[in-house]
Design a protein around this ligand. Structure first.
Ligand code: COA
Length: 181
């Protein structure tokens, strides 16, 4: 299995992975979200990585630009969404490898903070911890019972200790339907 940046000619394969992982019947919105994000100029810089095995895409992760508003500081931030592994390939550590490779590349590029809205049982093993208690608000309010799902990780600098504010995403990811349960 190898991980590398995705190429445009793989887009259909990537969308298929999301449909299979999330269930096309249950959540066809996710593949559309990925498709739209890959076209969204306000999402750049985008980091789109694929996991490849036997020349097949078996996993995909997307990191897109985030902005911290209500702060004087210019903070370089990204948000992880979404992540999908082919159902036959789950629980083999591929998700974790995709997350960590993305984080390594973002760190090398000077990204300071990475956010994610995801399962609090999964992302902390890759270095994420609750963002709300650090003073970083999500684009839309997260219900109290799901507060732990809104997470952040610092890659460079000390913004996590010195700043706070509200996170805004790209035009597409800022749409309210992506923040509902
Ligand atoms: C969630 C997902 C990306 C994890 O990728 P993966 O390659 O299967 O995960 P890894 O092998 O790195 O890690 C497996 C561990 O994560 C746990 N895990 C997987 N999905 C989980 C979830 N939704 N919530 C909590 N834990 C989860 C597994 O139980 C396993 O735990 P263990 O190591 O203690 O046994 C993958 O299962 C997937 O594509 N699921 C469907 C789409 C989805 O829910 N994406 C996440 C959006 S936030």
């Amino acid at each position: 299995m190898k991980i590398r940046k995705s190429v445009e000619s793989e887009r259909k394969e990537i969308l298929n992975i999301h449909n299979q992982a999330f269930g096309e019947d249950k959540d066809p919105e996710i593949a559309k979200l990925v498709d739209d994000l890959l076209n969204d100029i306000t999402a750049t810089p985008i980091l789109s990585l694929v996991a490849i095995e036997n020349e097949r895409v078996i996993g995909h992760i997307l990191y897109t630009k985030a902005t911290i508003t209500q702060t004087e500081l210019a903070i370089s931030a990204q948000i992880l969404a979404p992540l999908a592994i082919h159902p036959d390939e789950q629980k083999k550590g591929i998700g974790e490898k995709l997350i960590n490779e993305g984080i390594r590349q973002l760190r090398d590029h000077g990204t300071e903070l990475v956010f994610v809205l995801g399962h609090p049982g999964y992302y902390p093993r890759c270095g994420f911890s609750p963002a709300g208690e650090k003073g970083f608000e999500a684009p839309y309010p997260i219900p109290e019972e799901h507060a732990a799902a809104w997470m952040v990780q610092a890659l460079n600098g000390n913004a996590l200790e010195t700043a706070n504010g509200k996170v805004q995403c790209s035009d597409i990811l800022n749409e309210p339907q992506h923040w509902r349960e």
